[in-house]
Design a protein around this ligand. Sequence first.
Ligand SMILES: Nc1ncnc2c1ncn2[C@@H]1O[C@H](COP(=O)(O)OP(=O)(O)OP(=O)(O)O)[C@@H](O)[C@H]1O
Length: 320
Amino acid sequence: MITFDNVSKEYPDGTVAVDSLNFEIRQGEFFVLIGPSGCGKTTTLKMINRLIPLSDGTIFINGKKISEYNIHELRWNIGYVLQQIALFPHMTIEENITVVPEMKNWNREKMKQRVHELLEMVGLDPETYAVRKPKELSGGQQQRVGVIRALAADPEMILMDEPFSALDPISREKLQDDLLRLKKNLKKTTVFVTHDMQEALKLADRICVMKDGKIVQIGTPDELTKNPANEFVKEFLGDKLAWDGDFHVEEVLQPISEEGIYGSLSDVPISIPLQELLEKLSEQEQLAVQKNGRQIGIVNRQTVINYLSVQLQKRDMPNE
Ligand SMILES: Nc1ncnc2c1ncn2[C@@H]1O[C@H](COP(=O)(O)OP(=O)(O)OP(=O)(O)O)[C@@H](O)[C@H]1O
């Protein structure tokens, strides 16, 4: 259990990143921190494993102040997954996964068995992948290794900071499914940061919505969608839910070409010059896709922007 007791963080330049946070993350719970950019999610997360010192208040883990834990003991007990996982390039996947178990002096046999079990859990064949180097894996596969590496030494809890946000939408969805499976099997206390409400609703036991360093609402996905605390939460939920309606933009749109975005929804072709699409989306949050005057889907601005940025990255880095 993680308890925030009146926790605040003011950075040296005077920015108050989080302000008087009081909440509890329960044992075995999958807890999602969500909110717009700059609302204090990452700061909140990094205070838990003491990567960022608190300015005020106290965080307790299982009733003991985090400042009273030995720092190594604390970090080993808390798996940590970042957006840009940094696997050691010169080590094999197996060596990467066993970095912490190695430090904890696990014996060879136990480590081998653990690597095998973890790779299988995320659908990577151990015979093939354990001996590979990171660069011989796709971005999505590397991210999977990042997740299981955080689990390798069987930590009591896991912190995840937008672990899938750099991935293309399809890999992202696969990893979310993996994580759902891991969640059911492991029942570990997990704190997961995202700004994607769809992801939060899919994964969370409870969601904590933040704004300007404060908590706006904490609740289960069901509680949030049925009883949003205010307009802010409603808005945050609203467009994401609407977008989930009929289709996913990534299923519809093909990678961009210079001229525009092309794709099809079932048998309905969509062909819209990129400039025109962006102009339309700069005026409105969502764009309805119509066929014969009937709305058949909605394209959400943020989703298109995320999608385009992934595609542009891929285009700029064809070998990545
Ligand atoms: N080292 C720092 N020094 C000063 N201000 C900082 C520092 N790190 C973060 N901040 C500020 O603190 C606030 C909260 O930042 P934080 O990174 O926790 O937000 P976030 O919700 O995780 O944002 P994002 O979704 O963009 O990652 C922001 O206003 C940010 O500019």
